[in-house]
Ligand binder design. Structure first.
Ligand SMILES: Nc1ncnc2c1ncn2[C@@H]1O[C@H](COP(=O)(O)OP(=O)(O)OP(=O)(O)O)[C@@H](O)[C@H]1O
Ligand SMILES: [Mg+2]
Length: 250
């Protein structure tokens, strides 16, 4: 599926947050990195019409998010960083099932889909447990499962691992890597975009780099004026930091 942004600009209270962004996104795994406030979440939200841009347009396989919101929400799923905010039903299985209530599928088919998704995401043993008692990582898997059960073609994830410890971050990152769906992932966990097909770096409402993961991370860390080794404890590419010249910038 192709997500296309055409000269997309957006401002909050007169303050520009997206500036004339032109993008065509069709790769299987796309990462979105950049400083706090650089516009990642806003851009991510334009992809399924949660944010409608002030000017320009966003096309999902040719459908304009301004005019085809319902169809686009069906095809583009969205996962937030705070899974708790996304959990609406008392038990795990009910929370997954609620996404199918308007699917037109029969009860047996719905149950089968719910069970399959719970199984795939390691939640089958928790099907009747209160969702709010799950651990942070399990809650994030539940949020993911509740979106995936509707079988979207694209999954947009806005910092799905931000509240997780290292182990659960790795678990969620691996789950995202294994999905057949196209994934757009906004994150500050730079390791989670390694192996991605394409990573965009945002700065002040613009895409300032667009390329391979290691190059994008190097660009971002140089932009921030921090040591790449400090940002990536595993050492990453090992090519070292490339300072942008000014040393540390707050
Ligand atoms: N609903 C809103 N109302 C007003 N301003 C907003 C709103 N949402 C975002 N902003 C502002 O828009 C700018 C970009 O925010 P955005 O959330 O897109 O950045 P981000 O790159 O996702 O940052 P972070 O890494 O902190 O999540 C920020 O300056 C933010 O304060
Ligand atoms: Mg954000």
């Amino acid at each position: 599926m192709t997500l296309r942004l055409e000269r997309v600009s957006h401002a909050y209270d007169g303050r520009p947050v997206l500036r004339d962004v032109d993008l065509e996104l069709s790769e299987h795994r796309i990462g979105l990195i950049g400083a706090n406030g650089s516009g990642k979440s806003t851009l991510a939200r334009t992809l399924n019409g949660l944010v409608l841009p002030d000017s320009g347009r966003v096309l999902v396989d040719g459908l304009d998010t301004r005019r085809h919101a319902r169809e686009i929400r069906r095809r583009v799923g969205f996962v937030f960083s705070d899974a708790s905010a996304q959990i609406v039903m008392p038990t795990v299985a009910e929370d997954v099932a609620i996404g199918l209530r308007r699917s037109g599928l029969g009860a047996a088919e719905q149950r089968a889909r719910v069970e399959a998704v719970l199984e795939r995401h390691g939640l089958a043993g928790h099907r009747d447990h209160p969702a709010h008692l799950l651990s942070g990582g399990q809650r994030q898997m539940l949020a993911l499962a509740s979106v995936l059960v509707t079988e979207p073609e694209v999954l947009v994830c806005d910092e799905p691992t931000t509240l997780l410890d290292l182990r659960n971050t790795a678990v969620v990152a691996q789950a995202l890597r294994e999905l057949p769906q196209q994934v757009v992932l906004a994150t500050h966990h730079l390791d989670t975009v390694s192996g991605f097909d394409r990573v965009l770096v945002m700065d002040d409402g613009r895409v300032v780099f667009d390329g391979a993961p290691a190059d994008a991370v190097a660009h971002y860390t140089a932009l921030m004026g921090v040591d790449a080794g400090a940002a990536r404890p595993d050492g990453g590419a090992g090519s070292g930091p490339r300072r942008s010249g000014g040393g540390y910038r707050p």
